[in-house]
Ligand binder design. Structure first.
Ligand code: NVA
Length: 361
């Protein structure tokens, strides 16, 4: 076996020096099929008809080519920084899928590894994802997981969810601004996407969402055991999905938060004296098409280390603000990728950062 200082899989936080990362592939990405989860995650109600009509078909070629250009620019930035970039396998996403409980016209893509794999230390967890159309996405990462396992990592799949109607509140109506927080999933079975959680050494933060329930949070808490503390974040979000454009521990002592979605900043950060950095307003024009996330996706950065941060090139004000907070922003075009529904953090999953398990809080 190859000798290395750091285990092959080793990621305890978002900022230790990055050595290896998996970046998604655009490939033949498919439009998610219309399903129970869609009204809960698609911000723009005007897009429901688009999904009802086109869900299960390939995104238009021109959009995919533009998104691919962005991803390759991201890969280039990572490569320039000396980071090893790995890619998932190609997969035939266009085939229909079904279980005894449901069917979908197609899978989605291998575009957003962050949602599929949760890496904690040397452990890779395949998440119990709440999306029917993403049920088989983990298959694109199997070859990598097997390789990492053979290299010494631990690897587990969380209980595969059933995703029958019992998993979702059948009377769910999406929230509008000002209404009390409510969530789509029931407590029938453990559910979370890996991106519902974010790491900060011995502390992990996770928020309930349209694909994460309390059962899922408890599964993660108990599975990780006493070495880690799993904190539930009190979110306020009309379309809650994934924590990495809501609350993001960027570096020791520096917590980035969305100005409105964090209902209560977790007391542990305040008690530990962290700076709470409120993200400035995005600059992406309101007219820029966004199919599956909000313009706040710009918060979805990737840290190369405690200072260097990869930022969406259109977001100059955010880059300037990060600089004033002591970071070194590296700009990379990403708006065309963001159109499909994710930022740099979504589009990747860190496999190895040089560092050890520590408490920062
Ligand atoms: N749900 C968030 C994106 C999370 C990566 C948003 O739409 O802003």
């Amino acid at each position: 076996m190859e000798q290395r200082e750091t285990p092959v899989v080793n990621a305890f936080n978002e900022w230790d020096p990055l050595e290896e990362i998996v970046v998604g592939i655009v490939d033949d990405a498919m439009i998610p099929g219309w399903d129970t989860i869609m009204p809960a995650v698609v911000h723009d109600r005007g897009l429901w008809d688009f999904y009802k009509t086109w869900g299960g078909t390939r995104w238009p070629t021109e959009m995919l080519l533009k998104a691919e250009k962005d991803v390759e620019a991201f890969v280039e930035v990572l490569g320039q920084a000396g980071v090893t970039v790995r890619r998932p396998e190609r997969f035939r996403w266009d085939r229909p899928l079904s279980t005894p409980d449901w069917s979908q016209p197609s899978s989605c893509y291998a575009l957003m590894p962050r949602d599929v794999l949760l890496v904690v230390g040397d452990l890779i967890i395949e998440a119990p994802m709440g999306w029917r159309s993403r049920y088989f996405e983990h298959l694109a990462y199997k070859a990598l997981c097997k390789e990492y396992f053979k290299g010494g990592a631990r690897w587990i799949s969380a209980p595969r969810p059933q995703l029958s109607d019992a998993s979702f509140d059948q009377r769910f109506v999406p929230m509008t601004e000002g209404e009390a927080q409510r969530f789509l999933p029931t407590e029938f079975e453990p559910l979370f996407d890996a991106a519902d959680a974010i790491k900060c050494g011995r502390d992990l933060f996770i928020g309930r969402s349209s694909c994460c329930n309390s059962f899922g949070i408890e599964w993660l808490r108990r599975h990780l055991g006493p070495e880690y503390t799993v904190h539930e974040v009190d979110v306020y979000d009309t379309h809650p999905m994934h924590l990495d454009a809501t609350l993001y521990p960027l570096a020791p002592g520096k917590l980035l938060i969305h100005p409105e979605r964090v209902a209560t900043v977790p007391a542990v950060f305040i008690e530990a004296g962290w700076d709470v950095l409120v993200c400035p307003e995005p600059e992406m024009p309101e007219t820029h098409p966004m199919y599956n996330c909000s313009r706040w996706i710009m918060m979805n950065v990737v840290m190369l280390d405690e200072r260097r941060v990869i930022v969406s090139a259109g977001e100059k004000r955010f880059a300037r603000t990060l600089k004033s907070w002591g970071f070194e922003p590296i700009e990379c075009p990403f708006w065309d990728f963001e159109t499909i529904g994710g930022g740099f953090h979504c589009a990747s999953v860190d496999i190895r950062r040089r560092g050890a398990l520590r408490s920062y809080l």
